[in-house]
Design a protein around this ligand. Sequence first.
Ligand code: ZN
Length: 149
Amino acid sequence: MVPMFVSGVTPGEGAAQALPTPTTRPFWDAATEGRLAVQQCGSCETHFFYPRIACPSCGSREVSWVDVSGRATLLSYVINHLPAPGFEAVGPHVIAIVQLEEGPTMMTNIIGSDAVPDQLVIDMPLQVAFEDRRGQVVPVFAPREGHAA
Ligand SMILES: [Zn+2]
């Protein structure tokens, strides 16, 4: 995976930021290094996200963090016109659920296309990118090269 650092939805002062916990910190540390990581079960090999201490498929606590491809498809989205605190200057932006190639779904933002339905086609191929939001690097997704709608 070639990390792509971008500026798309960067909020200003007052925007909420994630507070990593011991369970979620590996996700944020990986993002800071330009890697998308999720957990994988050592027993049944299921990839899963959000972070948990046990596999949601088989219950095993033999879980580890692995890098994934960063390839995903668009599962659902909403175009947000009503900014949350800190997002006033961002303008309309896309809040989406994407499905990673490895299986898990993830809530994120879509960047690299206008926030209009014509450019947001369900199942469109996406690629992860990373956005530094005032010191916290957040995975976002952009239309995959050569697959713009
Ligand atoms: Zn499992």
